[in-house]
Design a protein around this ligand. Structure first.
Ligand code: BES
Ligand code: ZN
Ligand code: ZN
Length: 496
């Protein structure tokens, strides 16, 4: 899909659909909406008066052959409250426009930004909105509708003076939107098509194309390095594990600068192991590698955006299966760090593989860590599918992430990490146990388990179990993988 900047006056644009947005304050057309109203002999005011156009958030009103315009259609999208309007609103509006028009077999359209909205961040958000909305999960459907596609989406409403900002925003938005879709494509793959080995191969292909350094550790190397926690999860499966390590090094690294370690959980299928999960809904556990996919995709974006900071991405990849060699409740494992772990529940496997991932990232030189994982069902209880759960050991580092999430338009919420919760995972027969002994706080004890391996290194954990998968389609996003956390982490790293 092409994304153009259109500098010609929007009234005279020949496009299959002209799209803009209106607010819910009902105080009559203003600014660019007034221009549009004038060109169409009072159409907006009439629609407003009849109650058909309210400006309610994401409401859509389609007019065919609007008199006074060269466009074949006019699509008006509700922008909600004027005072709450920001780049995140625009990202959604762009997505709604694309999916609404694509489903009606329109192939090109132009989105006009309103007066005062001609900024770089807005152009970036629109490009991201277009690209992420264009992503479909019908890859394996043989009857997918081949006539439903968008060729070109244009952005108008920018002045000549705003052209450079718009073009920069579009370029950055394209890199980020495409990276997010790359992550979603990996998450969408079923576990028979995406084993740990296949994930590693796909990461290798990406890294070669992007010019990134990559090393994939196979099961022998993993054993040589004594990654006992990762191996314990992998031992129940016929598929061997992989440890994927991708490195981005800036051209002129500053001596003493921070080195970011991104660690992502990649369980390509989580049956629960011997502590097996119920059948109902188990098919969804193909997305238990979303954290790893996100981290790999971030590296692809960084290779283009070239921030001046070194980033090491570490992705432990395995299946969690109940094979004859599977670990059993009560088994004691020794992690790469030397800590011993009593595995009381084999379904709490994400924290096990992250233990070795985090330790290895530190050994490779990471000074600041972020992990992302579909770690706990408990985070869905706490935050539903709305917010990513954020946990941190260093408030200054965590605050940077939370600020980046705001800028990237991703909802994230910090949860507490009091020492009391750490007591929950004190082991009876080993140093620590992989589930909490207390009642409740399941997401926090999971986070504490990982933190034991981060030690004094500033560390953030993102629990994306509730947000990495959309159970229902949204007007701006298909059902299925969301690629959550990618935009926030790209923002964090490029702002350092
Ligand atoms: N992959 C799951 C977490 C999960 C649950 C992700 C629901 C997405 C949706 C994880 O490995 C797991 O099974 N966690 C257990 C931990 C428990 C045994 C302490 C859980 O949340 O039930
Ligand atoms: Zn599990
Ligand atoms: Zn899992």
């Amino acid at each position: 899909m092409q994304i153009h900047l259109e500098l010609k006056p929007f009234i005279s644009l020949e496009t299959e659909a002209l799209v803009t947005y209106v607010f819910d304050d009902n105080d009559g057309p203003q600014g660019r909406a007034a221009e549009l109203d004038q060109a169409t002999a009072g159409l907006l005011a009439r629609l407003n008066k009849s109650g058909e156009l309210t400006g309610k958030s994401l409401e859509t009103t389609l007019i065919h052959s609007p008199a006074g315009l060269q466009a074949a259609r006019l699509l008006l999208i509700g922008a909600g409250k004027r005072e709450l309007f920001n780049a995140a609103t625009l990202r959604k509006i762009a997505g709604v426009a694309l999916r609404y028009l694509k489903s009606r077999s329109v192939h090109n359209f132009t989105l006009v930004v309103r007066e005062g909205a001609g900024t770089e961040v807005n152009a970036q958000a629109i490009a991201e909105g277009f690209l992420t909305a264009d992503f479909e999960t019908d890859k394996y459907k043989t009857d997918r509708k081949k006539d439903k596609f968008i060729d070109a989406a244009s952005i108008a409403g920018y002045s000549d003076a705003e052209k450079t900002a718009a073009e920069k925003g579009i370029a950055r938005g394209r890199v980020i939107g495409e990276a997010q879709n790359f992550a979603r494509d990996l998450v969408n793959e079923p576990s028979n098509k995406l084993t740990p080995r296949v994930l590693a191969e796909k990461a290798e292909t990406m890294a070669k194309e992007a010019g990134l350094k990559i090393e994939v550790l196979d099961e022998n190397k993993i054993a040589d390095l004594k990654m006992g926690a990762l191996l314990s999860v992998a031992q129940g499966s016929a598929e061997p594990p992989r440890m994927i390590v991708i490195t981005y090094t800036p051209a002129n690294p500053k001596p003493g600068a921070p080195v970011i370690g991104l660690v992502g959980k990649a369980v390509t299928f989580d049956t629960g192991g011997i502590s097996i999960k119920p059948a109902d809904g188990m098919e969804k556990m193909k997305y238990d590698m979303a954290g790893g996919a996100t981290m790999i995709a971030i590296m692809r974006a960084l290779a283009v955006l070239k921030p001046n900071v070194k980033v090491i991405c570490v992705v432990p990849a395995t299946e969690n299966m109940p094979g004859g060699k599977a670990q059993k409740p009560g088994d004691i494992q020794t992690a790469m760090s030397g800590k011993t772990i009593e595995v009381l529940n084999t379904d709490a496997e994400g924290r096990l593989i992250l233990a070795d991932g985090v330790h290895y990232a530190k050994q490779l030189g990471a000074t600041h860590l972020v992990d992302a994982a579909t770690l706990t069902g408990a985070i869905v209880v706490a935050l539903a599918n709305v917010n990513v759960g954020v946990f941190g050991s260093d408030q200054a580092w965590t605050d940077k992430l939370l600020a980046s999430a705001k800028e990237a338009g991703e909802k994230m919420w910090q949860l507490p990490m009091d020492d009391e919760y750490r007591e929950f995972i004190k082991g009876s027969f080993a140093d620590i146990q992989n589930i909490g002994s207390g009642k409740g706080g399941g997401s926090i004890t999971g986070a504490w388990f990982i933190r034991e391996f981060a030690g004094d290194t500033p560390w953030i954990h993102l629990d994306i179990a509730g947000t990495a998968w959309n159970d229902d389609a949204k007007p701006w996003l298909a059902k299925g993988p969301t690629g959550v956390a990618l935009r926030t982490l790209v923002q964090l790293i490029t702002s350092l």
